[in-house]
Ligand binder design. Structure first.
Ligand SMILES: *[C@@H]1O[C@H](CO)[C@@H](O)[C@H](O)[C@H]1NC(C)=O
Ligand SMILES: *[C@@H]1O[C@H](CO)[C@@H](O)[C@H](O)[C@H]1NC(C)=O
Ligand SMILES: *[C@@H]1O[C@H](CO)[C@@H](O)[C@H](O)[C@H]1NC(C)=O
Ligand SMILES: *[C@@H]1O[C@H](CO)[C@@H](O)[C@H](O)[C@H]1NC(C)=O
Ligand SMILES: *[C@@H]1O[C@H](CO)[C@@H](O)[C@H](O)[C@H]1NC(C)=O
Ligand SMILES: *[C@@H]1O[C@H](CO)[C@@H](O)[C@H](O)[C@H]1NC(C)=O
Length: 614
């Protein structure tokens, strides 16, 4: 996941083929028995990677998911908003399916995210873009190195994970925790999505800064669920309502005619497991085979499944000789060169999961419809497939359901074949011989196993409201700025009476305005005064006559500093310069370039900017 082609990250050892003694013993036995033992390993694999007590997450804060315990080649010992949200969505679904012991961990995750939202980072602050920062240190301090940022799927996926738990709480009479703890966090994420969905950002593999199919899709989903949650709580999210149809409309534009273009930039084919992941994360068990929301059983998603999985058939040695209609090892995209480009466990599981979901939907609907779009997919698994609708009473329906189920299992069998006997799931397995590669114990690999396993067992997540999808007549761009404030209550034991927020780094009542002090070093003669002028009305809109005066109250012989403190709404961004006015009123401007400033939220409510005249 973690490769930014413009950065000199990891090269070297990773490209060597494994020596024979490194080839681990592989899992054997029937698929069913492997699945059942791997299910235990996968859940434990996830739990090991969650702080504070996970056995492989030492140093991570409570409720914080590490991507992998690997600290070098590659170093994934960070927490990613996307991976964490997908992992906790899987855990919430396990919890709802009956594993009640997971609830404290889910609450710790939510509390940690409330805190994380307030951490100023290189993407911005709480209300100025910071929610799209892709990764943080495991103790919830910012990661300040160069990275592919922003990544705009994170807030949407986090909202989806939290909403899944919120729905459960409401259904069980715990609306107070949802109102007082979860909603304020979710609302910030929804506001992020409504404001920024129509801007480019890095894709889920962190490589291309453009528009990404997965990101747009999960953004749409979050707005629908967010709006529904608001309604359930007697609140509203008007921006969700206004932006969701626009996002859905934009989502349609990724369709190429035979598959979904995964990224609008990057100069690749656009065939990418991004789109298969999209179908499983858009799956709604209550929906029909709707292609607008890319349901797993929709003709577009099935056509796409074939195009994407076929793109790996001829390029990986491990796929040699495998016939059409039988599962293969699935990578990210055929042009991939990270670690030389290999299959990934999580994508192989996703290819299976989409098909399990589709089978579930056909059985529920009671028919299968084959269109000219999906015909090539069906031909692979049922040679006499033809365009038309097959009701569940027909032999063709039964044949297709059986062969698609078998086809799904064959992807799981590929993963089984290349999983070591202890069940450990790394990030990748070698395209040449299937040996595990890259980060060990990748949390997302384990979480992807869990969701595929449940899909196979017909343990379905809750509906998110996909059936309400309504396309506007034409697409338009959009953005809507909504409410944003630090979520301060994480008192799960007594959600009606919030505990006192702690100050530094933690949740705090972030002020909606920040008092920014500007210090400007400038030696002046008697009668000269320094002013600040900038692009917003509060700074005179570049009009020197309306500039704000600085004070010489701190000016000494050894420290020639002028200063002023101005209140700005959190999130405000502007350009500015200092000017000098002489006694006769003549104005001297600082030289170019213009300076810029963004007012990031913080707990203290104050900030300082030190400048010197240029
Ligand atoms: C339920 O979750 C706990 C962790 O909280 C785990 O140890 C246990 O194995 C899970 N049980 C099942 C049946 O998956
Ligand atoms: C939900 O309600 C039950 C019963 O009142 C209570 O025991 C439990 O602590 C509540 N859970 C949350 C998360 O509020
Ligand atoms: C913004 O939305 C419009 C309308 O759907 C679309 O044409 C445009 O490509 C979008 N741009 C981005 C960066 O999302
Ligand atoms: C990616 O694109 C966004 C614009 O949507 C821009 O703000 C950001 O700086 C770009 N990131 C990089 C690393 O180029
Ligand atoms: C600084 O901002 C002013 C006002 O927008 C603009 O006219 C000027 O070109 C800017 N200077 C530079 C170097 O960008
Ligand atoms: C600004 O300068 C003051 C005094 O020199 C110093 O204490 C402070 O840390 C500086 N703040 C920043 C944000 O650089």
């Amino acid at each position: 996941m973690r490769f930014l082609s413009t950065l000199p990250l990891l090269l070297g050892a990773a490209f060597a083929l494994p020596s024979p003694e490194n080839i681990q013993e592989r899992a054997t036995g029937s698929l069913a028995s492997w699945l059942s033992s791997e299910n235990t390993v996968a859940l434990q694999g996830v739990l090991n990677n969650i702080g504070a007590s996970g056995s492989k997450a030492s140093g991570a804060s409570s409720g914080v998911v590490i991507a992998s315990p690997s600290k070098s080649d590659p170093n994934y010992f960070y927490t990613w908003t996307r991976d964490s949200a997908l992992t906790f969505k899987a855990l919430v679904d396990q919890f709802i399916a009956g594993n009640t012991s997971l609830e404290p961990l889910i609450q710790q995750y939510i509390s940690a995210q409330a805190n994380l939202q307030t951490v100023n980072n290189p993407s911005g602050g709480l209300c100025s873009g910071g929610l799209a920062e892709p990764k943080f240190e495991v103790n919830l301090t910012p990661f300040t190195g160069a990275w592919g940022r922003p990544q705009r799927d994170g807030p949407a996926l986090r909202a989806t994970a939290m909403i899944a738990y919120a729905r459960y709480l409401i259904a069980n009479g715990n609306t107070t925790s949802v109102n007082n703890i979860i909603w304020p966090i979710v609302q910030n994420d929804l506001s992020y999505v409504t404001q920024y969905w129509n801007q480019t950002g890095f894709d889920l593999w962190e490589e291309i800064n453009s528009s990404s199919f997965f990101t747009t899709a999960v953004q749409y989903r979050s707005l629908v669920e967010g709006s529904n949650l608001a309604t359930q709580l007697g609140k509203s999210c008007p921006n969700c309502v206004s932006q969701a149809p626009l996002v859905l409309c934009f989502l349609q534009s990724y369709w190429t005619g035979s598959y979904a273009l995964s990224n609008t930039g990057g100069g690749r084919s656009g065939k990418d497991a991004n789109s298969i992941l999209t179908s499983i994360h858009m799956f709604d068990p209550a929906a029909s085979c709707d292609s607008t929301t890319f349901q797993p059983c929709s003709d577009k998603a099935l056509a796409n499944h074939k195009v994407v999985t076929d793109s790996f058939r001829s390029i990986y040695n491990v796929n040699k000789g495998i016939a059409q209609g039988s599962g293969v090892a699935v990578g990210r995209y055929p042009e991939d060169s990270y670690y030389n480009g290999n299959p990934w466990y999580l994508n192989t599981f996703a290819a299976a999961e989409q098909l399990y979901d589709a089978v579930y939907q056909w059985k529920k609907i009671g028919s299968i419809t084959i269109t000219s779009t999906s015909l090539p997919f069906f031909k692979d698994v049922y040679s006499s497939a033809a365009v038309g609708t097959y009701s569940s009473s027909t032999a063709a329906f039964t044949s297709i359901v059986n062969s698609v189920s078998t086809y799904a299992d064959s992807y799981m069998s590929i993963a089984q074949k290349y999983t070591p006997s202890n069940g450990a799931l790394a990030e990748q397995y070698n395209r040449a011989d299937g040996t595990p590669l890259s980060a060990v114990d990748l949390t997302w690999s384990y979480a992807a196993f869990l969701t595929a396993y449940n899909a196979r067992a017909n343990v379905q997540p809750a509906s998110w409201g996909a059936s309400s999808a309504k396309l506007p007549n034409s697409c338009s761009s959009g953005s809507a700025t909504g409410p944003c404030a630090a979520a301060t209550n994480t008192n799960w034991a007594n959600p009606g009476s919030p505990s006192t927020p702690t100050s530094t780094g933690g949740s705090c009542a972030t002020p909606t305005a920040i008092a920014v002090t500007f210090n400007e070093q400038k030696t002046t003669a008697y009668g000269e005064n320094i002013y600040i002028v900038g692009s917003i009305p509060a700074l005179g809109s570049w009009n020197a006559d309306k500039a704000v005066a600085l004070s010489a109250g701190h000016y000494t012989n050894s420290n020639n500093v002028w200063y002023v403190t101005i209140n700005f709404a959190t999130g405000t961004s502007f350009n500015y310069k200092y000017i000098k006015k002489a006694q006769d009123g003549s104005v001297t401007w600082e030289s170019d370039p213009n300076r810029s400033y963004t007012v990031n939220g913080n707990c203290a409510g104050t900030a300082t900017q030190n400048d010197s005249w240029r």
